[in-house]
Design a binder for this molecule. Sequence first.
Ligand code: F3S
Length: 388
Amino acid sequence: MYLTKEEDAILGGEQGETRQELLEILVAIGTVFGAEKMVPIKSAQVSGASYKTIGEWGLTWLSHLDATAAVPAVLNPIGMDRTRYEEMEISEDFAKKQLEVINAYKKLGIELACTCTPYYLHETRFGDHLAWSESSAVSYANSVIGARTNREGGPSALAAAIIGKTPAYGLHCTKNRLPQLIIEVKNAPLTPDQAWYGALGFLAGSIAGAKIPLFTNIRPDDDSLKALGAAMAASGAVALYHVAGVTPEARRPGDLPEPNEKHIIDAGEISALFADTKVDAVAIGCPHCSIRELESVASLLEGKRVLKPLYIFAARNLIESAGGLTSRIEASGAFVFADTCMVVSPAMERFSAIMVNSGKALAYIPTMCGAVARIGTTKECIAEACKR
Ligand code: F3S
């Protein structure tokens, strides 16, 4: 792997032990995956932020590092809203450890925006190289924006944030971004809800595995693309997908070669996932809500009172910029929490069945929260929260 003089100097320890240790991680990964060089990145998104997932070992490792991020970098969702954790009924012990984790990241110059939707906070453009780690964010960056990132682990994303570079392999290279199978969708409704796209992604991810699918016959908007990609990254390991006529690398006919492998998903298979199961809580915002999604939730809740716990998750900066939307939503008795989510927070573990409008949450809630998961449209989720 070719290294510049500056990179060689960092490896020689000239810029301190932490930068040396972190560049060693990046060079080792680049060597394993056949990268020819390092590439400068525009931003990083660092996972391994919830104390629920990194535990004491992760906190000890973070605490010994001593350097500052070279590019804008944000954190993945943590285990609680860092200003409202008491309302989430988070234990004092967990809260103390979680605050220690984010303070360790703060010392490293990582912005305490704890979100899986960093693209709502910092402008990310077509062709930008990134080092993002949360799977839905990676999918959105690659597929919807046309930026370039592999799915980084927590340590490699942090290393890239501190060094400002990542090894150029995988999805950083044009030749690795071509579709490998077609997924043709049959009988899609005229205006499907984003939950429908989440359910489509839930099915498509298990067909695609880690391959790159090219969808035909669907016209999702940005929120629905977000739902589709997030679900495929959970039920499969899809880090990039294309939608013919919609996503930037597949916008015009002939932009991409047509793969030979082809699968059909019929709308009937998607509808079958919308089963009617009794739930004791409802959660919206996986991935974190956009302003448009918050507006839709606020309108659906207008003049209503929730009778089951209803949690909505979004990035802190987005909530703060949403004006009166949060108070409109919370007037119903629902909560809008920042920094965390229904999967990484221990707060959701006290429920036995949770209704969501997300294909990703449908895939993860059973294993991560130990609860049954049911998927419904946003409208159905709100209706469920308002009945006993
Ligand atoms: Fe984001 Fe948590 Fe879902 S990190 S994609 S809200 S599981």
